[in-house]
Design a protein around this ligand. Sequence first.
Ligand SMILES: [Zn+2]
Ligand SMILES: [Zn+2]
Length: 228
Amino acid sequence: MLGVWSLLTLGLLLGQPEPATRPAPAERFGQVDSAPSYPLVMVVPIGKVAPDLTAFIVESVRRRFYFEVQAAPAVSPAAAAWYAPRKRWRAERLLDQLDGLEAGDAFRVIGLTELPISTTKGEIFDWGIAGLGRLPGKSCVLTAYLFRGLKKKDRPHYLRYLENLVLHELGHTLGLDHCPLDRCIMADAKGNALRAARASSNEFCPRCHAKLQRWLRASEVQGDWKSR
Ligand SMILES: [Zn+2]
Ligand SMILES: [Zn+2]
């Protein structure tokens, strides 16, 4: 497994050298004057989000993909997404909200929040989740809420888990379904986001990597996969 992966990585490095320059980001959300050289991905804070968390999420996507990644001004969560019985926000309604935003020529839109979110899962109408992404589709949403206990106590793991989460939800929007490998970014959290985040290597496995490459011929997924 490792040998194949090394060859794959080598091939990618040889075949797709780092471009010398990145296009300058557009100045304001929704006012992209000319088409960027790379697909534009917008990170939209929903509600109050720590600025350094938004910056981290932007960087997490930027360092993995040849995407132009920009942070948008924060939006308030849509009133229609509020689920009063559990005092949390319905993720599929937040996706509808993101889909309806004026996002310039954004290729993908990532909603980022620190609010509790939920969706319907099987028989359970309102199930708390860490994130939801269209498969495939334009938008995904993720929350730092489930990891909030680590925010001050264990910053490195807090950020590592959120990196895994944003790549997972973005992966869904790029056509990736769940992966049977626990260490892969695309592993199913199976109702326990914290456990899944701990088990993840924060890398796409070779199979998911190859699938991504088929989707995004101009992108490169970085990192080293080590088989268990
Ligand atoms: Zn998922
Ligand atoms: Zn995988």
